[in-house]
Design a protein around this ligand. Structure first.
Ligand code: HEM
Length: 482
């Protein structure tokens, strides 16, 4: 039986498990005396400024000067090692938690925004227990069942577009991904409740994206109108409703958890029931951030790539028309749309949603790529650069042929990170991207709109500066697949 795309990326050749033993070459490199980390020549003040305004270009320039692994000191991050090649990331993934941790590092930035009981800020058994409960709800067949809903939300979005007008799709993608994650987290509830939670999630995420909220030293409550106070107010507003829902789920005594929130409540994560409620509220907030922010921006980058190459869009339309004609995409179709998956893989490779992701902290001295990484050093995955490795020739062009009909090893394509901390929501993200991009291309004709598409920061991800403006030129109906 074909594997579900939410379980494994298609077009990927698995190249051994990420947990497999260290290769002979790597062992040899560890036997050599480790070298000290390369540092760039750019003055610190200039690096700080460029990092805030043009992080993707800065990292690319430093890589050209220093190689695929280097040390930089940056605002809010301190001393950080950047890893720009997939095999270096796999070396880091293989270290155990006594040598490399993730939660402690992320907690330094995220605990103030989401709380310190959210799984992304945890390590060890506490993290693993949490992951075991959450992962099944965000991957596999369960998520594929959400596809009709995702296609439905996309159709509703298309109905609102005005023909001949320039429309900003980024806010619409934000809304759509917020509705999707709300339906997964709270799907056991009546639709009106899900919609109410999606609205509160939206208000919270709007504040989460304020630049001042993302900068640690600006997180100060200087009166009720200061951004930090307003952010806290919106988080409290969202948390109150989440808490009421968690208490309702706990009181119901229902052990047949039909959605993720109920599953967490009934799992009895802690002895103290109040601690359980607290953890559930924080986790829901974390998943709303992780689930909506990234996918929404990835939708923009995939669409930008497609619209910048009309012949590629034409090829995708052909594939969709041939299989679907005018009917909506269903979960069964996912395995028969290889070009759509190649487009999505390429979109994630061509423009990463952030200049780096998935920070780790070395707890002991470790060696990566032959370099010595001292204890208490932060490391980040420069995923945009990883997509510019030797496996992707002409890597600045958006070209699904990088994946279509070619064997790309699973370990060379890492937009979702890896090891035990690999993105929890990868399955959902891939289904959502397929449903939205597929439906948009099947149902509409559109062109890139005006304004700069340079990536700018919005919360934990980067979006196009022009909010993904497109010119919607009309609806189309697919050809008869017979
Ligand atoms: C295109 C969309 C997405 C991209 C590109 C993306 C990317 C990533 C990356 C790179 C990481 C870090 C992995 C590592 O440290 O090795 C991550 C972590 C995570 N992602 Fe995603 N993600 C996406 C969508 C989602 C969705 C839809 C959800 C959930 C609904 C989600 C939930 C998470 C969580 C909870 C973590 C933290 C895992 C941990 O505890 O360490 N992500 N994601």
């Amino acid at each position: 039986m074909a594997k579900s795309i939410a379980q494994e990326c298609p077009h990927m050749k698995a190249a051994g498990s990420a947990q497999s033993s260290v290769s002979a070459k790597e062992s040899a490199s560890r036997d050599l005396a480790p070298m000290d980390l390369p540092v760039p020549s750019i003055p610190k003040w200039k690096a700080n400024l460029r990092f805030l305004t043009q992080p993707f270009q800065l990292i690319s320039e430093v890589r050209a000067e220093c190689g695929d692994l280097f040390l930089m000191e940056l605002p809010g991050l301190g001393r950080v090692v950047f890893l720009c090649r997939a095999d270096l990331l796999h070396e880091v993934y293989r270290y155990g938690e006594d040598e490399v941790v993730a939660g402690e590092m992320r907690g330094r930035h995220l605990a103030a925004l989401m709380g310190d009981k959210v799984s992304v800020c945890l390590d060890g058994d506490e993290f693993k227990d949490r992951r075991r409960i959450i992962a099944p709800y965000l991957n596999g067949k369960q998520v594929e069942q959400c596809l009709p809903r995702i296609v439905g939300y996309t159709e509703e979005m298309i109905d609102e577009l005005r023909s001949g007008a320039e429309e900003e799709l980024q806010p619409r993608f934000d809304h759509l991904t917020q509705r999707t994650i709300a339906s997964i987290l709270f799907g056991g509830q009546p639709q009106e409740k899900v919609d109410e939670l999606a609205v509160l999630a939206h208000r919270f995420l709007e504040a989460f994206q304020w630049r001042t909220v993302q900068v640690p030293f600006l997180r100060r409550s200087l009166g009720p109108w200061s951004p930090w106070s307003r952010f806290l107010k919106r988080r409290a507003e969202f948390s109150r409703v989440l808490e009421a829902e968690a208490r309702r789920a706990a009181a119901s005594g229902d052990t047949e958890a039909s959605d993720l929130m109920s599953a967490m409540v009934v799992a009895g994560l802690y002895e103290d029931p109040e601690e359980v409620i607290d953890a559930v509220v924080q986790e829901m907030i974390g998943l709303v951030v992780g689930g909506a922010e990234t996918t929404s921006k990835a939708l923009s980058w995939c669409l930008r790539g497609l619209l910048s190459r009309p012949e590629t869009k034409g090829k995708l339309q052909e594939e969709l028309d041939r299989l679907l004609g005018d009917r909506p995409m269903t979960a069964r179709d996912l395995k028969d749309l290889p070009y759509l998956h190649a487009v999505i893989h390429e979109g994630l490779r061509h423009q990463s949603v952030g200049p780096f992701a998935g920070p780790r902290l070395a707890k002991k001295e470790i060696v990566v790529g032959g370099y010595r990484i001292p204890p208490e050093t932060a490391m980040v995955q420069a995923l945009h650069e990883v997509g510019r490795g030797p496996h992707f020739p002409d890597s600045e062009s958006f070209d699904p042929e990088h994946f279509f009909g070619r064997e790309v090893k699973q370990r060379d394509w890492v937009p979702f990170g890896g090891g035990i901390r690999k993105c929890t929501g990868m399955g959902l993200a891939l289904v959502e991207l397929a449903g939205v991009i597929g439906t948009l291309v099947q149902r509409t004709e559109m062109e890139l709109g005006s304004g700069s598409m340079e990536p700018i920061q919005a919360g934990i991800a980067h979006k196009p500066r022009n909010d993904m403006r497109v010119k919607f030129t009309g609806r189309r109906s697919g050809a008869d697949p017979s």
